[in-house]
Write a protein that binds this ligand. Structure first.
Ligand SMILES: [Zn+2]
Length: 432
């Protein structure tokens, strides 16, 4: 509580949120705001002077700040663990925007409550023990750095924990494995990593593995093979969520057909607006909606910049003939620079959220920033402290409070809940 009061003291202008926080004891269900499962009754922690400036610009900011800090804001994909393991990055210390996108102090500033930290294993680790050990080393580093700040951030593995902990004013870190090759094609490794705290597996990274095709590699299985389907079945049984970012379109549909549980697409944007293989088209958006899953919009310039149109993609194909697109981002960046194309803006990200919400429905959209995993972010969305501007933008575009709670985190929490429920059902059915 002391921490909350310290933060409230900064909230000079949007005081009602602070009062709400003081009233709302975590266990007192009656005092929880409008939509209990999607809010944490958090106080506005943005510095008072900054709030004052925003409110002078537009009175709508009072509502935006209240909603944003009240919401459980949940990001589907953050790559900060890579910095933590390889660069000696201290998650608990404050950094500047040009140094990194996420750290603990800036999570408080930006009102980011929970996130899947990506346990990313680069393809060059291969598909065996070396890749699994790399994942474990990164998980150990995340555990260590989170434990060092146990008063303000906690590791979690379920939506229930996220809700409980965020109500207490804690930040919450979950772990997702990026790159199915780190499973070493083994259901035993899958089970072990689940037990060690991993809660989603991005089936592929840019590399096709022994059981699934990736979007940036030559097709080998034309989707999932039998081993892939058996691993999906085991993921469902465990409650390990399938993440379909990075997979080829055929893997995407095979995985949806095989999965009994809703999926996440943890960091992909919309192909109708930027025709990249890393984005999802409208049919895929509808397929995720039918599955009950969520597409979490990536902020990376190369995936949301409307100037990267069909013409640019045609030049990319000329420069990179064939299906191997491993260096795609560098090449796109070179084309963008050569043509003098402007960078993406926050508004472009809102366009992607808007499009996904219109096509898939409001229950199937979320945020998957890819912070600290990308080198080029939109103007106005340069780091985690800018998340309140997304809420303001959604409000300005006419989204209701409840709809905003869904996009910011409520939808993702629902997928976690449902994956757990499916696992319980499957385990009960098999007599375990
Ligand atoms: Zn990725």
């Amino acid at each position: 509580m002391r921490r909350l009061l310290i933060y409230c003291s900064f909230a000079l202008l949007v005081i009602p949120a602070c009062r709400a926080q003081e009233r709302a004891a975590p266990d007192d269900a009656d005092s929880v705001a409008v939509v209990p499962v999607m809010t944490d009754s958090g106080a506005v922690v943005m510095p008072g002077a900054q709030q004052h400036l925003l409110l002078r610009k537009d009175s709508l900011w009072a509502e935006a700040l209240r909603i944003h800090y009240n919401a459980i804001v949940f990001d589907g994909h953050i790559d900060t663990p890579l910095l933590m393991l390889d660069k000696g990055y201290r998650f608990g210390a404050r950094h500047r925007t040009h140094e990194s996108h996420v750290d603990l102090p800036r999570m408080f500033d930006g009102g980011l409550d929970a996130a899947f930290f990506s346990i990313y294993v680069a393809p060059f680790y291969g598909e065996g023990q070396r890749a699994t050990e790399r994942a474990r080393a990164m998980m150990a580093e995340v555990r260590k750095q989170v434990a060092a700040h146990a008063d303000s951030v906690v590791l979690a593995t379920s939506a229930g924990e996220v809700r409980r902990l965020t109500h207490k004013g804690k930040k919450v870190v979950l772990m997702g494995l990026e790159g199915g090759h780190a499973l070493a094609a083994s259901p035993e490794v899958l089970r072990a990593l689940y037990d060690e705290g991993i809660r989603y597996v991005t089936l592929t990274h840019i590399n096709t593995n022994a059981w699934a095709d990736a979007s940036q590699a030559a097709p080998r299985w034309n989707g999932l093979n039998d081993l892939g389907r058996s691993l999906v079945a085991e993921m469902n049984r465990l409650g390990m969520i399938l993440d379909l970012a990075h997979v080829s379109d055929s893997t995407f549909y095979d995985a949806l057909a095989a999965s009994q549980a809703p999926v996440l697409v943890s960091h992909s944007s919309v192909r109708a607006l930027v025709p990249s293989v890393r984005n999802v088209d409208d049919a895929m958006l509808r397929a995720v909606a039918r599955n009950g899953g969520v597409v979490m919009i990536n902020f990376f310039d190369a995936m949301v910049n409307p100037h990267l149109d069909d013409d640019v993609m045609a030049e990319l194909r000329r420069r990179m003939p064939g299906p191997k697109l491993t260096m795609m981002w560098n090449e796109l960046y070179a084309i963008k620079s050569a043509r003098g194309l402007p960078g993406a803006t926050l508004d472009d990200v809102l366009d992607h959220l808007d499009h996904a919400a219109k096509v898939a429905g409001i229950d199937h959209v979320g945020l998957g920033s890819d912070f600290d995993g990308v080198f080029d972010l939109p103007d106005g969305l340069q780091d985690v402290t800018r998340l309140p501007w997304i809420t303001y933008g959604l409000l300005k575009r006419g989204y209701t409070e409840e709809e905003i709670y869904k996009i910011l985190g409520g939808n993702a929490l629902r997928v976690l809940d449902e994956a757990e429920a499916v696992a319980q059902r499957l385990q009960a059915g098999s007599g375990e």
